[in-house]
Design a protein around this ligand. Sequence first.
Ligand code: 13P
Length: 263
Amino acid sequence: MADVSAGQKARKPIMAGNWKMHHTHLEAIQVVQKLSYRLSSEDYERCEVVLCPSFTSLRSVQTVIEADKLPIGLGAQNVFWEEKGAFTGEVSPLMLVKLAVSYVIAGHSERRELFGETDEMVNKKVKAVLAAGMTPIMCVGETLEERESGQTAAKVSRQVQAGLEGVTPEQVGGMVVAYEPIWAIGTGRNATPEDANETIGTIRSMVAGIAGEAPAAQVRIQYGGSVKPGNVAAIMAQPEIDGALVGGASLEADDFAQIVRWA
Ligand code: 13P
């Protein structure tokens, strides 16, 4: 299994801001511009930076990224798996590709809980994102009830297994998985870095079982849930944790820049 030596992360860390349903396109432009003033080329070299605005802000954010040649990855928060058709309100993988989107969040717990996304739907999204040449950020995580009844590993295992069904080992290696314990999202309660590291280690072992050792050593697994400038360093000090999927603290450029520069 890949490991860290001398404080160096084994895989290139990836910090992604999930803006959820925040920021109009005008606000989004301001945040990206401000963030770009805060970050240096060394920051981007050390850590991959991704922003996931709402669909209505993708074009605006892409324009700023392109005009200023910013090494920031553009991500979408959701996608539908069909190429095109009579699917009112949905957005296809090709529509995202044409906007230079390279990452797509699949199976965020809010989509699973509030919008009825099943493991099967998440798997269809993961495969559609990969087929279109983008990278899925596949989210998994347990509820508080599941954690307290000792079902964390079983729940996450089921989600990982179902989400990766039919995905090739090579594709798995290039993916990002986000472990987001549902009880830690937007609550100010975060998993202890050690607990998060342990579950992420478990996820990596599951990936090894499904796709093999090499993809498991390659896949980047983020932690998400109340990541803030004040706790990011302790989280990133854990060897299995390759980055963070950040909600609230990614909305302000100053906070997110501090998270990107955790070291
Ligand atoms: P918070 O950082 O606001 O807890 O949100 C986490 C999350 O859901 C990121 O996708």
